[in-house]
Ligand binder design. Structure first.
Ligand SMILES: Nc1ncnc2c1ncn2[C@@H]1O[C@H](COP(=O)(O)OP(=O)(O)OP(=O)(O)O)[C@@H](O)[C@H]1O
Ligand SMILES: [Mg+2]
Length: 208
């Protein structure tokens, strides 16, 4: 079973958006998937409550307390975890200790990538990551045509050894899906087609 932790100490970078859409991507292809919310704001749990029973099933788990981490369901193909904000908490350390993949969304603004670089350096010190037992995937989020800083972001990160795996566009449809308890992989129309393609490198990486 893959345990995919979406995390960054920087708030508002798209952790919940990425976690919910990843869970939908797995569910839509028929995987048995759980979405675990480890953030005190419980945004992913709120999202799951709004999800229609007609859509592909995603099991929602409340992992906001350290004792609640864990699943009895051995048949799960994947757990996507909406991570907590801070790196220092025991909860975050435990989640990192168990993750097979760590997905780090980052926005194309200097404040965000500076903070994210520090976060990436901090987690790279963790033994499990040093030993290569968990893969780190950095994804640039909320990119639009006027994001002149994307090239700077990619350069700054790859220089430090963290290449940006994919670019996710800034699209109002993400906010719409968020409010509906859905994701871009729940629909198959033309507008979703283009944005879904942007997730492919990440989906391939976590499948590898
Ligand atoms: N690719 C995107 N396109 C448009 N809006 C986006 C995109 N990604 C995220 N957003 C919006 O940006 C805001 C922050 O995203 P999100 O809640 O996923 O971040 P977060 O890292 O989980 O925040 P927090 O640190 O508060 O938990 C939300 O309003 C969300 O709808
Ligand atoms: Mg969130």
């Amino acid at each position: 079973m893959r345990k995919i932790l979406v995390v960054n100490s920087k708030g508002g970078c798209g952790k919940t958006t990425v976690a919910t859409n990843l869970a939908v991507a797995f569910a839509a292809r028929g995987d048995h998937v759980a979405l675990a919310d480890a953030d005190r704001q419980k945004s992913s749990l709120a999202w799951a409550k709004r999800r229609s029973k007609k859509l592909a099933k995603i099991e929602a788990l409340n992992w906001t307390k350290i004792d609640s981490i864990g699943v009895k369901d051995k048949d799960l193909d994947a757990i996507v975890i909406d991570g907590p904000g801070g790196l220092r908490s025991e909860l975050t350390k435990k989640l990192i200790a168990e993750a097979s993949d760590i997905v780090v969304p980052v926005l194309a603004s200097m404040f965000d990538w500076k903070a994210t670089l520090k976060f990436l350096d901090d987690i790279s010190e963790i033994k499990r990551i040093r030993k290569g037992k968990a893969d780190i995937h950095v994804i640039a989020n909320r990119i639009n045509r006027s994001s002149t800083q994307v090239a700077d972001l990619e350069q700054a990160l790859s220089k430090k050894g963290y290449p940006v795996l994919c670019r996710i566009s800034d699209r109002v449809l993400y906010a719409r899906h968020a409010a509906d308890g859905s994701g871009v992989f729940d629909v198959n129309d033309a507008s979703a087609h283009e944005v879904r393609g942007q997730w492919r490198p990440l989906l391939q990486a976590v499948d590898a």
